[in-house]
Design a protein around this ligand. Structure first.
Ligand code: APR
Length: 254
């Protein structure tokens, strides 16, 4: 493997908080957003990832997420996803994983408790549901549901019993990330923070490393420095699938 990195030691008293971004799925063949050739080079954020884009052209929004459903459905978890699943297995409830990713590769690698703060690609919800508040005051009670359907045109979009259109269960720009209270609680008690494959350009996730207290050991793992690099104690520069396996030593022998 050729990794020269000094391992990150995690003891029995530690609590590990992990934040992942698009980079953790890059080696599975899924595009990141802001890298060269990334998703935001081929699409305008305003068109496909905002409430305004949805109001203007829901068909275009669904074509974008349908493509991404197809891509994620064909992708396989990589060694970085597996390393994090193994760490959870060893640490149990002292381990917390929050991802900005909407794919399900962490789960498919074996992670049990994944918080998807930006939503989930294989779930949909009614546009009038409480989570969509701000777009509509209709207050549909239907919770988000599992959905792998592909929609190519506005006319094809399924309707909820309330009459609202079915939208992706994705947190768009201008919407509030999910489960923030739980994430904040975990940050308040963490001792080790690992941030993997995220450019540090999108808030509030980019601030988690600053919300964690000064005694927390903070590490970034990815091929290049993130925008919030100064907030980390150490940058482990490399592809997550190459450097993450074996990087964390828990002191427990397999
Ligand atoms: N291993 C680890 N990191 C990688 C790898 C890899 N193999 N390849 C690329 N990266 C890193 C890049 O260096 C970059 O810092 O992944 C990061 C990807 O950054 P972004 O494309 O900005 O993705 P992310 O930070 O997850 O975006 C945050 O922005 O558009 C939104 O909602 C979307 O959740 C997303 C949010």
């Amino acid at each position: 493997m050729g990794r020269q990195e000094e391992p990150i030691q995690v003891g029995p008293e530690d609590r590990v908080f992990v934040l992942t971004g698009a980079g953790v799925s890059a080696e599975s063949g899924l595009k990141t957003f802001r890298d060269q050739g990334g998703l935001w080079e081929g699409h305008r954020v305003e068109d496909v990832a905002t409430p305004e884009g949805w109001a203007a052209d829901a068909g275009q929004v669904w074509r974008f997420y349908s493509e991404r459903r197809k891509g994620a459905g064909q992708a396989q978890p990589n060694p970085a996803h597996r390393a994090l699943a193994e760490l959870e297995e060893k640490m149990g409830e002292r381990f917390f994983l929050v991802t900005q990713n909407v794919d399900d590769l962490h789960e498919r690698a074996g992670s049990k408790r994944v918080v998807h703060m930006h939503g989930e690609l294989f779930m949909s919800r009614c546009e009038n549901s409480a989570l969509g508040a701000g777009m509509s005051g209709l207050g549909c009670e239907r919770p988000p549901f599992r959905d792998a359907a592909l929609y190519e045109t506005a006319a094809a979009i399924a309707r909820c019993a309330c009459g609202g259109r079915i939208r992706p269960h994705i947190v768009w720009f201008g919407e509030i990330p999910l489960e923030m209270a739980r994430i904040q609680r975990e940050i308040d008690r963490v001792t080790v923070m690992l941030v993997v494959g995220t450019s540090g350009a999108v808030y509030p996730a980019a601030n988690f490393v600053r919300w964690a207290g000064p005694r927390v050991r903070k590490y970034y793992i990815g091929p290049e420095e993130p925008m919030n690099a100064p907030a980390f104690a150490r940058l482990v520069l490399g592809n997550a699938g190459e450097v993450l396996p074996g990087l964390i030593e828990t002191g427990t022998r397999e």
